[in-house]
Design a protein around this ligand. Sequence first.
Ligand code: HEC
Length: 120
Amino acid sequence: MKTKLFPVICILFLLLLSCTNYSESDLMDSSTQATITYTNSIKSIIDNNCNFCHGNISSNGAPMSLTSYQNVKDAVLSRGLIDRISKAQDAPGMMPYGGTRLPQSNIDQVIAWKNTGFTQ
Ligand code: HEC
């Protein structure tokens, strides 16, 4: 009985050891990925969903362009951009105007971008 259990206990012990292998670089990686930048994330969300109307020359009654870092940052700070994209589907003032609400993950990225200081 003893001789059969011994290898099992050894394997369990090794498994336990392999689970406690934390490294600092693992932790660093996840915090770097969490930083949302205009260039890597926000620009494509806005280009794909908003610039049909909020283009370089805005159209369809849209009052401003959303084609540059500064445009989008200004709209978050003074034109209620996050409020507009957070409204329920078809609520008055929801953006994209007359369209489909953005996926929640995109809305969350814009909020995180604001909260981390509008990284360019
Ligand atoms: C089909 C055209 C169209 C699309 C697409 C569109 N918008 Fe608009 N947007 C408008 C119009 C028209 C207005 C002005 C009417 C209003 O304020 O509701 C407006 C107004 C706004 C305003 C308020 C501006 C102010 O000064 O009050 C914001 C912010 C905004 N849009 C953001 C966005 C964002 C972000 C997107 C993409 C997710 C988007 N829009 C997509 C047409 C559009």
